[in-house]
Design a protein around this ligand. Structure first.
Ligand code: CU
Ligand code: ZN
Length: 182
């Protein structure tokens, strides 16, 4: 009886570190290949001077969006994720419409039902700079609806958050492709 107990203890002492190593390997496998951060570097379309960087970082509450732009006119500017990661046309129209993998209507970033690409507006100050940070519960960095390989478009005008399907935000002043980041 005593020997049996001792054998169980020895077995446990041996198993615990082994299981720990296996658990760590599993966690490594799970995070491996998953996108945690994405970045979009924006360049001006023809006749504009807007440039900037937007990062997308996975958090527990959703994807944290941090945008920093310059060269804008003072006021609000609609900005969205568009369907195609194609900024080849001089006016940015090659990026297509708002990224909308689930066939929803155009809306505001906090709406339950909206295009996945609907990030609302940025607001530029007197110097033409805009900074925005918010956490988005709809945007996805992984899976079939991932925003990677899509684009971000900055518009000349304010997104009214209701006109279908564009928000009536006007011409495209900057375009950038969303890619995986370290
Ligand atoms: Cu747009
Ligand atoms: Zn939209």
């Amino acid at each position: 009886m005593k020997k049996k107990k001792l054998a169980v203890w020895i077995l446990l002492l041996f198993l615990i570190p082994v299981m720990h190593v296996f658990a760590q390997m599993d966690m490594g496998k799970m995070s491996m290949g998953k996108n945690v951060k994405a970045i979009c570097v924006l360049y001006a379309t023809q006749g504009n001077n807007v440039t900037g960087i937007i990062t997308f970082t996975q958090t527990d509450k959703g994807v944290k969006v941090v945008a920093d732009l310059q060269g804008l006119t003072k006021g609000k500017h609609g900005f969205h994720i568009h369907e195609f990661g194609d900024c080849s046309s001089v006016d940015g129209t090659s990026a297509g419409g708002h990224f909308n993998p689930e066939g929803k209507s155009h809306g505001a970033p906090l709406d339950m039902s909206r295009h996945m690409g609907d990030m609302g507006n940025l607001e530029a100050d007197e110097s033409g700079k805009a900074h925005l940070e918010y956490t988005d519960a709809t945007i996805q960095l992984n899976g079939p609806n991932s925003i990677l390989g899509r684009s971000v478009i900055i518009h000349k005008n304010e997104d009214d958050l209701k006109t279908q399907p564009t928000g009536n935000a006007g011409p495209r002043v900057a375009c950038g492709v969303i890619g995986a980041a370290k």
